[in-house]
Design a protein around this ligand. Structure first.
Ligand code: ADP
Ligand code: ASP
Ligand code: MG
Length: 375
């Protein structure tokens, strides 16, 4: 029996109204599925991937998780799937290229595109792969760079409708470069890995810059692509942020949406846990970079985390929560640069044994966070 046959039949479960609204119309998500706790999804943000040293450090966290997943005693063998953002600053630079094109500055746009290709080739050089491995990845990056240069040099000024589509196509290159580099970093440290473009399976509407995924179709296609990779012992390194319309035009799910992509991919493979690896120790009561009074929150319900994200806490995209709540997937927000720290756990009341986060209880007095005004 194939992996699909191992699934239990989903039971419908009703959602809190705020969550149903956040998932959008037509979000035909199957709910109540028994998550396969052996599968873990890791999402790395742009700061965690900025340069070869950080990529190798993040890759080592994945290697650790693959070892734990494989030694877990679940009936279903463990597996790890990774979702990556663009390196920090790259999406902004790609969008600046789109603006240059709109302003008619084609030479500048092409030069900036060339610089971005070079930036990623420099990171590749810093990864210090073996010569044949380096050569393979360099060819792959250069091919992608050629497409970028082509998109950055349109023959004619795009129409208003074409501009939004071009913007998304340009913006998508950051994640596509970083997925290739991160897969190479994993391979370098002995983890078999393969880059996967989410535009192959995240099917969306054609609302460029804020596209909504069609959940059932995304799940079906995603399983067709990802489950055979697990079966071959590979770690899929999936691009965050991007999808495609049914007729193959690249879309993006909105700024900062790679967290949402992480939840989508985790949902597709029935991961029991999603770890959002970022650059702070977890979710705080306020942005810790702006408020000295900000306090770390150790445990949150989906509703509490959603309220914080919807109120603008950039650390976690609000769309993660409704999706995670539907399957009771546990979401961790953890610091790539302080990986021994437990981070913030978002999920149902804790009876769940994590395969990826240290079993360190939160300090006393820091139990569940209650929103102001709640009991
Ligand atoms: P990534 O690139 O990993 O996705 P982001 O920059 O999107 O990271 O989000 C992490 C940042 O979110 C932190 O560096 C922090 O400055 C900011 N932030 C804003 N509000 C909060 C909050 N309530 N708790 C934690 N971090 C927050
Ligand atoms: N790279 C995209 C952005 O900068 C998505 C993300 O990082 O989450 O918005
Ligand atoms: Mg982010």
């Amino acid at each position: 029996m194939g992996p699909e046959g191992q699934q239990e039949q989903p039971a419908e479960r009703s959602l809190a109204p705020a969550f149903a609204a956040a998932l959008g119309a037509g979000a035909n998500v199957e709910a109540g599925r028994e998550a396969r706790h052996g599968v873990v999804a890791f999402k790395f943000g742009g700061t965690s991937l900025l340069g070869a040293q950080r990529m190798l450090h993040a890759a080592a966290l994945v290697r650790e998780a693959t070892l734990r997943a494989h030694s877990a005693s679940d009936a279903v063998p463990g597996a790890v799937v990774v979702v990556v953002s663009a390196m920090k600053g790259v999406t902004d630079r790609l969008l600046a290229i789109a603006r240059r094109l709109e302003a008619g500055c084609r030479t500048d746009a092409r030069r900036d595109a060339d610089h971005l290709l070079q930036l990623h080739l420099d990171v590749l050089a810093d990864l210090q792969l073996s010569p044949p491995h380096h050569h393979r990845v360099a060819c792959d990056l250069s091919l992608l760079g050629k497409d970028l240069l082509h998109d950055a040099s349109p023959e004619t000024q795009p129409s208003a409708a074409g501009r939004a589509a071009l913007q998304d196509r340009l913006a998508s290159y950051g994640e596509r470069f970083s997925a290739r580099l991160f897969a190479a970093a994993l391979q370098k440290i002995g983890v078999p890995a393969v880059p996967v473009s989410s535009s192959e399976f995240v099917l969306t509407c054609a609302t460029f810059r804020d596209a909504r995924p069609a959940m059932a179709e995304t799940r079906r296609l995603g399983r067709e692509i990802l489950l055979p990779l697990f079966a071959d012992g590979l770690v899929p390194v999936v691009t965050g942020f991007i999808g495609a319309t049914p007729d193959g035009r690249v879309t993006t799910l909105g700024r900062n949406s790679s967290d949402f992509s992480g939840a989508l991919v985790a949902h597709v493979v029935d991961a029991g846990e999603l770890v959002i690896w970022t650059d702070v120790d977890g979710i705080y009561t306020a942005n810790p970079r702006e408020s000295a009074e900000a306090e770390l929150l150790h445990e949150l319900s989906y509703e509490e985390a959603h309220a914080l994200a919807a109120a603008g806490a950039k650390v976690l995209h609000a769309n993660v929560l409704p999706l995670a709540a539907q399957t009771e997937m546990v979401v961790w927000v953890r610091n790539t640069f302080n990986p021994r720290f437990r981070g913030t756990r978002i999920g149902p009341a804790c009876s769940f044994q994590s395969t990826v986060s240290p079993a360190v209880p939160p300090p006393s007095g820091c139990q569940n966070f209650h929103l102001r005004g709640e009991a």
